[in-house]
Design a protein around this ligand. Structure first.
Ligand code: LMR
Length: 404
């Protein structure tokens, strides 16, 4: 096929279309090619320590060492992946919820992989499904849905004026969701706004799902980065006790620092054993048709940590340290911006949780920060607080004051 003179690529050229760039991924490339020594990366959601390194967690290192010693085979595990991992993740996420035994699940490559497999499952169950997503949301939500040909609509979520959630707007938009539609919710630490629902608001959404037979799908990518491993899933756990059917797509990228190892879990809760068995079979099938077997290493590292009391205690402490450091930087940035701008305009930062907040700057101002100050953030002015350090907090605050 590749003999000289034969140009198969021409045929491909005619068929392929240019793809829109993902803003977050494009920014990673732009940052990498910037030669300025003072550059600051507040783009992609990755935790960095004070030296700018995304470290491998101590518990992960120890679990990896144990596995290197004890693992005797690299043969296939199964289409649903490591079931011990799936069970342990279910316990981590839902341990207190009423119906948490009535579930099935599959290991998947990262939170994105878990979402993808659940989207495939939903589309197979109902090709006319509509998925409701928050406005704004993680840009890959609409992109993946568009790619899979699944209809989606936005619900209001965030008020630019108050810098917090617009719960009334959200509920009034979701009142239009039809029976069997899906609501995609962020489990905690909303991406990109950092503004979150209260437990009471989670309850109201659960009641709406119950009343109008809407299926909640919860994307949980930052458990432990907001208020705590338990606290961050209080609303979700209550939801699990209230609604008849619940889907969760969870990621271990952030809270286990396993970004590149692609570790995630897709869970489906229901009391009906027949539906559970059918769902499990379908999860096996979508895995088989997508990549056959999910990658084992990272998931087995996570299940090793979660099932060893010493490693789990180490991990808990490390998550707590990351969370304290993010909160410290977040409050430090709020105070530095107050000093630099002589205003309370950025006080909302103190109310937000997790890695992200949006500064509320225009696209032009974001461009200026990049061009004149080598500070990189997503075009909607989302910053990754976990990418800051003691020094860059002030660099950012002073630069923002200059461009305002
Ligand atoms: C982010 O929003 O920056 C992270 O979730 C990483 C990603 O894949 O976009």
């Amino acid at each position: 096929y590749f003999i000289e003179g034969h140009v198969p690529i021409e045929a491909i050229n005619k068929l392929l279309k240019e793809q829109p760039a993902d803003n977050i991924i494009a920014l990673m490339g732009q940052f990498a090619s910037d030669n300025r020594a003072t550059k600051v990366d507040l783009g992609v959601g990755v935790y960095k320590n004070q030296s700018g390194v995304t470290p491998i967690m101590g518990a992960v290192k120890k679990a990896q060492a144990l596995l290197l010693e004890s693992q005797v085979s690299k043969s296939y595990v199964g289409l649903l992946g490591n079931l011990n991992f799936v069970q342990s993740m279910k316990n981590l996420i839902l341990s207190d919820s009423l119906r948490s035994e009535n579930f099935v699940g599959a290991q998947a490559p990262g939170g994105t992989g878990s979402l993808h497999q659940m989207f495939l499952l939903l589309r197979a169950a109902n090709p006319n499904i509509t998925v409701w997503i928050s406005n704004p949301t993680w840009p890959n939500h609409p992109s993946m849905l568009r790619h899979l040909g699944i209809e989606f609509r936005y619900y209001r979520y965030f008020s630019e004026e108050t810098g917090s959630t617009d719960f009334d707007g959200m509920m009034s938009d979701l009142a239009e969701a039809k029976c069997n539609d899906v609501i995609l919710l962020h489990g905690c630490c909303h991406n990109p706004t950092g503004a979150n629902l209260s437990v009471g608001e989670w309850d109201s959404i659960s009641q709406l799902c119950l009343k109008n037979e809407i299926i909640p799908l919860v994307d949980l990518a930052y458990q432990g980065f907001g208020d705590g491993l338990e606290e961050d899933v209080l609303g979700l756990r209550r939801m699990a006790g209230l609604v008849p059917e619940l889907i969760i797509a969870a990621s271990c990228s952030k809270n286990f620092g396993l970004y590149r190892d692609r570790v995630g879990v897709a869970l489906y809760l229901n009391e009906d054993k027949k539906v559970l068995s059918l769902t499990s079979d379908n999860l096996k099938s979508v895995n088989r048709l997508t990549y056959s077997f999910p990658p084992d290493w990272g998931a087995t590292v996570v299940s090793t940590i979660l099932n060893d009391s010493g490693l789990r205690a180490d991990w808990n402490e490390e998550v707590q340290d990351i969370r304290s450091s993010i909160t410290h930087l977040r409050l430090g940035l709020r105070d530095a911006l107050k000093r630099a701008t002589n205003s309370d305009r950025f006080a909302f930062l103190g109310e937000h949780k997790g890695m992200f907040s949006r500064l509320g700057l225009t696209k032009g101002q974001v461009d200026l920060l990049r061009k004149d100050h080598a500070i990189y953030m997503v075009g909607d002015s989302r910053i990754n607080i976990a990418g800051l350090n003691e020094k860059s907090v002030n660099v950012l605050a002073n630069a923002v004051a200059k461009i305002l």
